[in-house]
Design a protein around this ligand. Structure first.
Ligand code: RP5
Length: 183
C-alpha cells in the first residue's frame, strides 16, 4: 500500500501496468516529458487496484486527438480524467470543455518558470467549465490520483475501506515519528 508520508521524487519510470478491469480513470499528459511527474499518481492508482488508461495527448500538438479523447471518455466508461501539462497548459481546460466528467488538472513544473505558468494556465478557468486544479509537480500528481480514488470511493465500498486504511496508516506513521530527524 502506498504511504503518503514517503518523500515524493520524480521518477522517470517505464510504463506502469494497469490493474485488470475496465479503465475508470483516464490520465493524459501533454508530453513524454511529463511522465516523470505524472507517474507518481499513476503508481498510486495501481497500488489501490484502480484500473486506468494512460497516454500522451497534447492540446497544442495533437488537438484532434484531444477532442476525440475527451468526447469519447464518458461512453468508454471512464469516471474521472486527470490531465497534466506544463507551460501554456491548456490541456485540462480544453479537455473539460469536451466532457462532463470531472477533470483534475496537474500543473507540471516547467524549467523556465518553475510551474507558475502551468499553475496559472490551469487554475484560472473562467466560470462555466470547471477544472479541479492540484498543486504544482509531484504532490499535485499524487493528490490528483488520491482525489480520483476519493471520487470513485463514493460508489465503491471496497475502495472506501482501502482509502480509510491508507489514511489511518498515514496518521499512525506520522505519530510514530514525533522527533524531527529521528525516523
Ligand atoms: C506541454 O509542454 C507539456 O505538457 C510539457 O509539460 C511541456 C513541454 O513539452 P516538451 O517540449 O518537453 O515536449 O505541452
Amino acid at each position: 500500500m502506498a504511504n503518503a508520508t514517503t518523500k515524493l521524487q520524480e521518477a522517470p519510470l517505464g510504463p506502469i501496468k494497469s490493474p485488470a478491469g475496465a479503465p475508470k480513470v483516464g490520465i493524459i499528459m501533454g508530453s513524454q516529458s511529463d511522465w516523470a511527474t505524472m507517474s507518481l499518481g499513476v503508481q498510486l492508482l495501481a497500488d489501490f487496484g484502480v484500473p486506468f488508461e494512460c497516454e500522451v495527448v497534447s492540446a497544442h500538438r495533437t488537438p484532434d486527438k484531444l477532442f476525440d479523447y475527451a468526447k469519447s471518455a464518458k461512453n468508454k466508461g471512464l469516471q474521472v480524467i486527470i490531465a497534466g501539462a506544463g507551460g501554456a497548459a491548456h490541456l485540462p481546460g480544453m479537455c473539460a470543455s469536451q466532457t462532463e466528467l470531472p477533470v483534475l488538472g496537474v500543473p507540471v513544473k516547467s524549467s523556465t518558470l518553475s510551474g507558475w505558468d502551468s499553475l496559472l494556465s490551469i487554475v484560472q478557468m473562467p466560470k462555466g467549465i470547471a477544472v479541479g486544479t492540484l498543486a504544482i509537480g509531484t504532490a499535485g500528481a499524487y493528490n490528483a490520483a488520491l482525489l480520483a480514488i476519493q471520487i470513485l470511493a463514493l460508489q465503491d465500498e471496497a475502495l472506501a475501506k482501502q482509502l480509510a486504511e491508507f489514511r489511518q496508516n498515514q496518521t499512525e506513521t506520522v505519530l510514530a515519528s514525533p522527533t524531527p530527524g529521528v525516523i
